[in-house]
Design a protein around this ligand. Structure first.
Ligand SMILES: C[S@@+](CC[C@H](N)C(=O)[O-])C[C@H]1O[C@@H](n2cnc3c(N)ncnc32)[C@H](O)[C@@H]1O
Length: 438
């Protein structure tokens, strides 16, 4: 291999692996504005573009465990209290309940419309304009069945809460620019603002958010936190957030160290990929929180196919278990079947002559007997097979949509990847069940 080739290869590798510092004009102005507002950086971070996660924050120096990675003055957080102190407080001056997300979203639209007159201009200029979560997608009908219902719920909630805001502003005009308020608070802008709050708001203990003016339908526990919302998520991150009342700051402390030039992550919580996709528009490969839900009916069908003689008794067992609300976590994950799923299969595979006390004893004993365990694994494998057929069909249907990426953007790409993740999970689960049969 020649020297030039090696240099070129190294250059290519560097551009692939290494983050690109991207301190845009907007980012630098945000930092400048925050400093003028009394913020002091607690460690040396810089905005950078990372290949897998997009824009995030990079450590300019090694960060040791126990360091504060961000401390934001309380007055730089956007909360319901901020909205109460703003010129659009009157929108919520009606005898109705509003959700915290609805209030913050409405405020964002208002401030974005004020442009250079907004206190929050430098923050708003750094916000994304598009999202890959289903909430931002006008048409979600193409989503795989298991995601469709959730996505439609989210879209429905956005429409419902928007119409409440529209009713409240009615035909009023803006005192600042004389435009019709309805042309400022458009549905499109509301969807944008809603996605900003979904993907970026942090949890703030309600006791630091006390207010008694706007009637809230949920807990007042959301805040938009400039700068803090530039941290990406990793489940290897271990952070502690707190409000230091005596200093008036919201602080994030890391329990793990970060190397110089590496991305500094926070942890959004133990979220499965379907939650990450719905709320944030991204997924994490081989997410340990992932599982595939299996319905009672699917388990019942597979067990009846395996032991057709049980058909009659299983109908009764199924009704009984459903009414009692037993076995609520019937699912599989990469390492096998959930305990509830194993127990449910076991109940359905027991001969009609088995006594209920014996069934109970076997379920709650340390482990199933060898022959019962083999039956559970066999039925489990046929369930996984059926799920694989279903998910592969969904993936083929997505792949057959030629122009979908242009139409539905990154949301489509992430949804397809999510489906591949689940297919991979099912395959790994199948291998585990096969091994247990050995
Ligand atoms: C609070 S913001 C983080 C900063 C954001 N990347 C930005 O440029 O403003 C959350 C959004 O960042 C992206 N994100 C966060 N963690 C990610 C990850 N591990 N992989 C991919 N995207 C991620 C998603 O688009 C998510 O909706």
């Amino acid at each position: 291999m020649g020297r030039i080739f090696r240099v070129r290869k190294r250059k290519k590798k560097n551009t692939l692996d290494h983050p690109r510092v991207n301190s845009t004009k907007e980012y630098l102005e945000l930092i400048d504005w925050m400093k003028k507002s009394g913020w002091k950086p607690s460690c040396k971070l810089v905005s950078a573009h990372f290949q897998n996660t997009g824009r995030g924050l990079m450590a300019k120096k090694k960060i040791v465990a126990g360091s504060a990675i961000a401390r934001i003055p309380y007055r730089l957080l956007i909360t319901v209290k901020t909205v109460l102190e703003s010129a659009i407080r009157w929108i919520f001056d009606v005898k109705r309940f509003f959700s915290t997300q609805q209030v913050l979203s409405t405020f964002l639209i208002w401030e974005a419309h004020l442009e250079h007159l907004s206190t929050w201009k430098n923050y708003i200029d750094c916000l994304p304009t598009t999202f890959s979560c289903p909430a931002f997608c006008d048409d979600v009908s193409w989503l795989p069945t298991f995601l469709l219902e959730k996505a439609e719920d989210v879209r429905g909630n956005i429409s419902k809460t928007y119409s409440v805001i529209r009713e409240s502003i009615q035909s009023k005009k803006c005192a600042h620019c004389s435009r019709e308020m309805s042309s400022i608070f458009t549905f499109q802008k509301y969807v944008w603002a809603w996605c900003i709050v979904s993907t970026r708001a942090v949890y703030l203990c309600p006791k630091f958010n006390a207010q008694n003016y706007i009637m809230l339908s949920d807990e007042n526990n959301l805040a938009l936190a400039p700068y803090i919302d530039l941290f990406n998520h990793s489940y290897t991150a271990d952070v502690k957030t707190c409000v230091i009342e005596s200093e008036g700051v919201y602080q994030i402390e890391t329990a793990v160290a970060f190397d110089k030039n590496s991305q500094v992550f926070i942890n959004y919580g133990p979220l499965s990929n379907d939650r990450l996709f719905m709320d944030y528009g991204f997924i994490i490969p081989t997410n340990v929180q992932d599982s595939v839900v299996i319905s009672y009916d699917v388990v019942l069908r597979a067990a009846n196919d395996y032991t057709p003689l049980n058909r009659h008794i299983n109908e009764y067992r199924c009704k009984f278990l459903r009414e009692k609300g037993l076995f609520t976590n019937v699912s599989c994950y990469a390492g096998g079947l959930s305990w509830d799923c194993q127990a449910l299969i076991y109940v359905f595979s027991c001969a009609a002559s088995c006594k209920i006390d014996d069934i109970k004893q076997n379920i709650f004993s340390d482990r199933f007997k060898k022959d019962s365990w083999e039956t559970i694994c066999d039925i489990g494998k046929s369930i996984i097979d059926a799920k694989l057929v279903e998910f592969e069909k969904e993936l083929r249907a997505l792949n057959e949509r030629g122009t979908a990426v242009e139409m539905f953007g990154d949301c489509f790409v992430v949804a397809s990847n999510l489906l591949r993740e689940y297919i991979d999970l099912l395959n790994r689960c199948y291998i585990c069940l096969n091994r247990k049969n050995d």
